[in-house]
Design a protein around this ligand. Structure first.
Ligand code: TYD
Length: 149
């Protein structure tokens, strides 16, 4: 289906798309099952210094509600699905991650809200830096101020 020139195939408008990118992971499937790969320089563009994952989501739970000042991340729904809403201060878009071979890259200064987790969901996050609470912006108005300031 053709898309208007300013709308990407994933449904995000140009301004909303800045700061994130969906990427397909390499997959090798045979009679034994499937294997997906995330390798520096191919599926991920930053050296990975931290890996974490979220699982056991309760009904109606929400996560995120923050942006990072410097951090780069790649997010994958290893199992199940969840919704992630993105806001870069100039536009918003929403993705449902539901495939273990689809990665969502998020760069710095993208506000994200995560919701509608399936009960079996496992959300894998590869991050460019070790945990640093000072890198978080947890107040949306502060996020907008830092973007514009
Ligand atoms: P939090 O940042 O609240 O998760 P999210 O915003 O994605 O819903 O993290 C929950 C707790 O886990 C919080 O006490 C900080 C801690 N944590 C670490 O210690 N290291 C990490 O790498 C992450 C992501 C969280």
């Amino acid at each position: 289906m053709p898309y208007p020139p300013n709308v990407r195939a994933d449904g995000c408008h140009g301004t909303a798309a800045a700061g994130h990118r969906l990427t397909d992971l390499r997959r090798f499937s045979d009679t034994r099952g499937s294997l997906a790969v995330i390798e520096l320089g191919r599926e991920v563009g930053f050296p990975v210094r931290r890996v974490y994952y979220m699982y056991g989501a309760g009904a109606g739970s929400a996560r995120g509600a923050h942006a990072h000042r410097e951090l780069h991340q790649l997010i994958v729904a290893m199992q199940g699905s969840f919704q992630i809403s993105l806001d870069n201060g100039r536009g918003r878009c929403v993705h449902r991650l539901d495939q273990p071979t689809r990665g969502l890259y998020l760069g710095p200064m993208v506000w994200r809200d995560m919701s509608d987790f399936s009960a079996d969901s496992i959300c894998l996050v590869l991050a460019s830096e070790c945990y640093d609470n000072a890198d978080y912006i947890r107040d949306y108005d502060c996020f907008l101020q830092e973007l514009r300031g």
